[in-house]
Design a protein around this ligand. Structure first.
Ligand code: ATP
Ligand code: MG
Length: 429
């Protein structure tokens, strides 16, 4: 077999990244807060496969959506099945709901996180493998579920200390009647300005006219400015539903702005649509997006089941969170055996310390200066030095790496002495 060539060729695939160091720490931190918040809201973890039958996404995301028409990683497997790497979570969760017969146990509240795959043009905040955190509530047609998923998002962003960096934009797409009326009005309006529409939007006009409101094309945007407004087409049930969502936000003191241009193209979306947006990330400013999708489950061939949820981009959140907040790992203890006869005793002490909840960096070899340098690099609080002479007397040397002071201490007292460094996090367990 040909060897992989070292050097510049050995790069990650375009649009993919290794996650290590500070970024890995930020990811773990964000995930930890997310899980904690989701559990406090009564959500259960769900982990669906990374790949599904292509149909699962094609049907639910719609042939005309960007994701299906341009961005899916689809391949034929060795058995001739067409499979797709998941571009988002909701479709997989809806599929899992049907496969597992969960209509018997409604409502279902889920959370999940993991990698997603989209063939996009890589740029800042836009990758081909990226990570999302996702929250869904199935089986609750009332606006309480909309309020609850928004509360989860706001709580997460608050605990990540990002709430002041983002704006919640919210809109109502209305129920089927309002939505259809609005769509007709939009088609009439854009038909009259057909010659000014971009090629993409012209295609959307017949298949998915609401998507035109989302267009990034300059010419389209000018047209969109004067397009009919959705709120003019709300019927009474739509108004009542939206009012209740808004009152919930007010009651929880969650700030928002209503953005009537915020839409979702597909028919199964209804009522609430929302995004948390920041100006701190340049062009890719949406950190979290979601909405209600009451028609989705039927479209997938399942029992009619209301649904609402959101997904947040972890890479974008990781860019925003303050490193001070992330750096909360307990400082380790450095364990330094001097001489081969001390190895097994050091091993035992390290194990005891680790079981007691300490992080221990074992020093393997090198002269004392090098080992101390490594202990400092690991940000250790204390170095426990086990030398042959001390060991013979049942003692070890402890060096405080903050002030450089050292003292001898009996081996059976080490654990007690080092207890002071157990982080609060660890003590809580
Ligand atoms: P956009 O309009 O930016 O393409 P989208 O509508 O495709 O967004 P969603 O499918 O709603 O995005 O995904 C939810 C969130 O996931 C986004 O708000 C963003 O934070 C993140 N996200 C989406 N695509 C990518 C990507 N290619 N790279 C990194 N993060 C992404
Ligand atoms: Mg996209």
């Amino acid at each position: 077999m040909a060897k992989l060539q070292p050097g510049p060729k050995l790069q990650p695939v375009r649009g993919t990244h290794d996650i290590l160091g500070d970024k890995a720490r930020a990811f773990r931190f964000i995930q930890g807060v997310f899980q904690d918040v989701a559990i406090r809201f009564g959500h259960q973890e769900i982990s669906t496969p990374i790949f599904e039958f292509t149909e699962v996404f094609k049907r639910t995301l719609g042939e005309t959506s960007d994701v299906v028409s341009k961005e899916m990683y689809t391949f034929e497997d060795r058995g001739g099945e067409f499979l797709t790497l998941r571009p988002e979570y909701t479709a997989g969760i809806a599929r899992a709901f049907i496969s597992n017969g969960l209509q018997q146990s409604l409502p279902c509240k889920f959370y999940g996180f993991g990698p997603m795959f989209r063939y996009e043009r890589p740029q800042k905040g836009r990758m081909r493998q990226f990570h999302q955190m996702d929250v869904e509530i199935l089986g609750v047609p009332e606006p309480q579920a909309d309020i609850e998923v928004l509360a989860i998002a706001a709580t997460l962003l608050t605990e990540l200390k990002l709430i002041d960096d983002v704006t919640l934009e919210i809109n109502s797409l209305g129920d089927t009647e309002s939505r259809n009326d609005y769509r007709d009005a939009l088609v009439t309006y854009f038909e009259a300005h057909k010659d000014q529409l971009s090629e993409d939007s012209l295609a959307r006009l017949t298949k998915n006219p609401m998507r035109i409101l989302d267009s990034k094309d300059e010419g389209d945007r000018a047209l969109v400015e004067n397009a009919p407004r959705i709120s003019a087409y709300y019927n009474d049930p739509t108004k009542a539903f939206f009012d209740e969502v808004i009152s919930g936000l007010d009651a929880l003191d969650i700030k928002y702005v209503i953005n009537e241009r915020l839409v979702r193209g597909l028919d199964y979306y209804c009522h609430t649509a929302f995004e948390f947006i920041t100006t701190k990330l340049g062009a890719q400013g949406t950190v979290l997006a979601g909405g209600r999708y009451d028609g989705l489950m039927e479209l997938m061939g399942g029992p009619p089941t209301a649904g609402i949820g959101w997904a947040a981009g972890m890479e974008r959140m990781a860019e925003l969170v303050s490193p001070d907040l992330v750096l909360n790992e307990p400082r380790p203890i450095a364990l330094i055996p001097v001489g081969p006869d001390c190895q097994s005793e050091a091993l035992k002490i390290a194990q005891q310390l680790r079981i007691a909840g300490h992080a221990v960096h074992m020093s393997y070899k090198g002269n004392m200066k090098k080992r101390m340098k490594r202990a400092n690099n690991a940000n250790a609080n204390e170095a426990v030095i086990i030398g042959e002479d001390e060991l013979a007397r049942g003692m070890a040397t402890i060096k405080n790496l903050n002030d450089g002071k050292q003292q001898e201490i009996a081996l059976d007292k080490i654990l007690n002495y080092l207890d002071q460094y157990l982080s609060l996090e660890v003590k809580k367990r």
